[in-house]
Design a protein around this ligand. Sequence first.
Ligand code: MN
Length: 706
Amino acid sequence: MSQADADALLQEVSAYLKSEDVAQIQAALDFSSSAHQGQLRQSGAPYITHPIAVARILTPLHLDAQAITAALLHDVAEDTSIGIEQIAERFGKPVADLVDGLSKLDKLKFETREDAQAENFRKMLMAMARDVRVILIKLADRLHNMRTLDSVSREKSRRIAHETMDIYAPIANRLGLNDVFQELEDLCFKYLHPNRYAVLSKALKVARGNRREVVSKILEAIRARLDGNNIPAEVRGREKHLYGIYRKMQSKSLAFSQVLDIYGFRVLVNDVPSCYLALGALHSLYKPFPGKFKDYIAIPKGNGYQSLHTALFGPFGTPIEVQIRTHEMNRLAESGVASHWLYKTSETQINELHQKTHQWLQNLLESLAQSGDSVEFLEHLKVDLFPDEVYVFSPKGKIYAMPRGATTVDFAYAVHTDIGNRCVATKVNSELVPLRTELHNGDRVEIVTAPHAHPNPAWLGYVVTSKARGEIRHALKSMHLNESSKLGERLLSQAFNSIGQKLNEVDDAHWEKLLKETGAKSRQDIFADIGLGKRLNIVVARQLASISDTVFSDAMGNAVVTIQGTEGMAVQFAKCCRPIPGDPIIGVIKSGQGLVVHTHDCPTLRKGRGSEQWLDVAWDKNITRAFDVSLKLIVANRRGVLAKVASAIAEAESNIENVNFSNEGEYTAIYFTLQVNNRIHLANIMRNLRKISEVVRIIRAKSADK
Ligand code: MN
């Protein structure tokens, strides 16, 4: 262990932590150093130098003992054989939670380079951290890695610098960690644009040398004036960081000298009245720029920032910007968890999420101001930054913000309506899961689609986004309409065939006339109406073909509609008799429901002869789908009889959909719902069942009771 660094760390924490806290940090130092024993960093330095450096980045922020301990242990769980449980046992659960949170963040990879995606990724990181200390440690970790980037390959250093620029520097900025933010940006600049960095940093060195005289002259004048007015104050020159200068040159197309032209100063005083006294003193020293004075003490910025800002005409007309604030205000504004992001970042839209983060930061500031390390303050550290959203990845690494509670179906519709409508299965983090699975932060979601798949009405039971809900409803409605109109077209076509004419020979004039008479919008609508039973095929055919009623009534006797079983919602198979291919069938058209198919001998049908429109229907020759059929078996009560029955059914290549029992003395009635292709298939199954000696009777049930 590099003893000097370790000693420095202990000294730093002793300055603001209790002795038992310091003892815990000492223990964590020993623990971490023996865990990393023998490991080296890429630079060749002992590995322990890294966690110590990370901890030391955090001490100026006065982070608590738990956070410093976690900083020392942050790579232990990842890189050594020691687990989170051991850390919990030794240093307590809060520390273990912090370390665990850090290793979770390490697993997230930012892959795309789009701005909008970077914003979402930053939110995801913050949301996953759940504890702002995790973010602070992560930032310190990244800062030390950036400081030691010289020892990795050029390609890798560029990638890390890119990621830091896109993700970590903006987070540091938002949390008001000015020093960390500026150093991160300067280091990124160095690795992303080495030449520009070299030129600019050399120029800055020269310029600072040249300016030194002017700066010290102004500093001296300000100090003297404040002194003369008996205002104790600390006065500093304010230097912009290198990348800040570069960005300003780029965005405003300014020359280097123009950017450096404005001289910045900061005056720190002991209390609020002194701020205004100092302001008066400075305005009597140099003339103020009209309209440039801002009082953020009386009216703090939305993020809690407080200061007086003024601009002055310095000696020889040099423009000077001065910020006047108390030490306390400065601590919050510059190094604490305070945030500058609302006014420093160029976000044009402050949406609701930002407002919430901002609200949270404000609460944090308030409790920080009230007491240094109260329990309440620690509670405030553990808030959900974005309680209403989860952030998930697509397989290509694109990030989607979804409302909390959203399922994989919501995600599918968020990606694209077609993906939603065609989705059949879904994988979360490479594992197949049910479609209704709820999404969590950081999930990688993959949707499996099939070309002819359709939305399922059951999805409406669990989707939460209005987009998914709306699209599913829309798709179901148009499916229904589409199926009904296909059936209607066939019904109409068959009505035509039976009178020796053809539907597709009807000319446009007849169609026009029909549409006008009925007020329907299109031929599709007419077909759908027929399919749904709202219009009668014979009536429509007569209108289109203009022949006499008598021809029709004769002809309709021969009209037979074939049923293929693939008509979807337009054709229903009655639950009372469960017709299967081979059964003699009859169709009933019910208004609004379409065609319902019954068997000829269906008892329900016989009872219900009413005003419905009856239709002769027949099975198509090539039916491939399976149909449900109900069987009632009376069996003798003997061991293993159900297993024999089940295997006989399976042998005949049928599936059991449902099974029920009722005990009748020494016999049992078993009610099955089976899937069969047709009557022949059913006959095979029944033959197999009869071979079982325990089976007394087999009845095909024509009622849906059981
Ligand atoms: Mn690390």
